[in-house]
Design a protein around this ligand. Structure first.
Ligand code: ATP
Ligand code: ATP
Ligand code: CA
Length: 217
């Protein structure tokens, strides 16, 4: 289903969000105060416009209230980012996601009703660190301080065994959400599904349990 997104602020983060949403087939309105940024996105967005995200009249004239989701990706100018978020929430936009610059910015955004606050540098840094310490971890999503989802190469010792044989929940306290084999993916595998050596497992669990699972060969 096609969705309507507006992205305000076209730094590296905003450009990358806009371009990917557009590639995925959604409608994207890309806005920046700087004309040269807007020119960069013309071919990778449905509409693009020069405008100040902190100016209510401009935002209304761009039809911002018709969008289901707005992403505020104004970077260094914390004041502009905050004011823009406040305006969008006051105008009644349901889903406003905002890129935060630091902890104080995060706290204010939270107070004024930002629906999701993103720390791309922090999160990507975490992921890269996970990659660096474990050759097996392919990708990583932090759900909370304690729980994550990881994509991990199947331990060799599990080759040609079913989930039941391995008794994974009891042994490790984790759940396998999916098994990737080449281009195929088996979502929510059954107890009698097998794991093979070159599979990639998508696993959810407590960090300590996931670590134990990674360390088993
Ligand atoms: P990134 O790290 O994603 O490259 P950044 O955090 O360095 O971005 P900036 O380059 O400071 O962020 O800002 C992102 C964009 O937001 C810039 O292109 C800037 O022109 C735009 N911007 C700044 N203020 C406003 C505003 N009031 N309205 C709309 N766009 C704005
Ligand atoms: P459970 O309460 O652990 O699900 P169960 O008696 O309902 O056990 P099954 O669901 O058939 O039995 O699973 C048998 C065993 O296979 C479980 O003990 C579990 O360790 C393992 N298993 C099945 N599915 C998964 C999965 N998606 N991820 C991890 N282990 C699984
Ligand atoms: Ca930056």
């Amino acid at each position: 289903m096609k969705k309507q997104f507006a992205v305000i602020g076209l730094g590296r983060f905003g450009i990358s969000v806009s371009t990917e949403l557009y590639k995925l087939g959604h409608d994207v309105l890309a806005i920046d105060i700087n004309e040269s940024k807007v020119n960069e996105i013309v071919n990778d967005s449905t509409h693009s416009a020069v405008g100040d995200g902190t100016d209510e009249k401009t935002m209304r004239s761009l039809g911002i209230t018709n969008f289901d989701h707005v992403i505020v990706a104004i970077g260094d100018d914390i004041q502009a980012s905050t004011l823009c978020t406040l305006l969008l929430k006051e105008m009644g936009i349901d889903s406003v996601w905002v890129k935060a610059q630091n902890y104080y910015h995060h706290k204010v955004l939270d107070k004024i009703g930002a629906d999701k606050i993103i720390h791309p540098e922090h999160d990507m840094g975490n992921r890269i660190a996970q990659h660096l310490v474990s050759e097996k971890v392919i990708d990583y999503i932090e759900l909370s301080d304690d729980f994550s989802i990881v994509e991990i190469a199947a331990p060799r010792s599990m080759d040609n065994h079913t989930l039941m044989d391995l008794n994974i929940r009891a042994q490790f306290g984790i759940t396998i959400l999916g098994i990737k084999r080449g281009k195929d993916i088996n979502i929510s595998p059954m107890a009698d599904d097998k794991i093979f050596e070159n599979d990639v497992l998508i696993v959810i669990g407590h960090k300590n349990d996931l670590k134990r699972f990674e360390d088993s060969n």
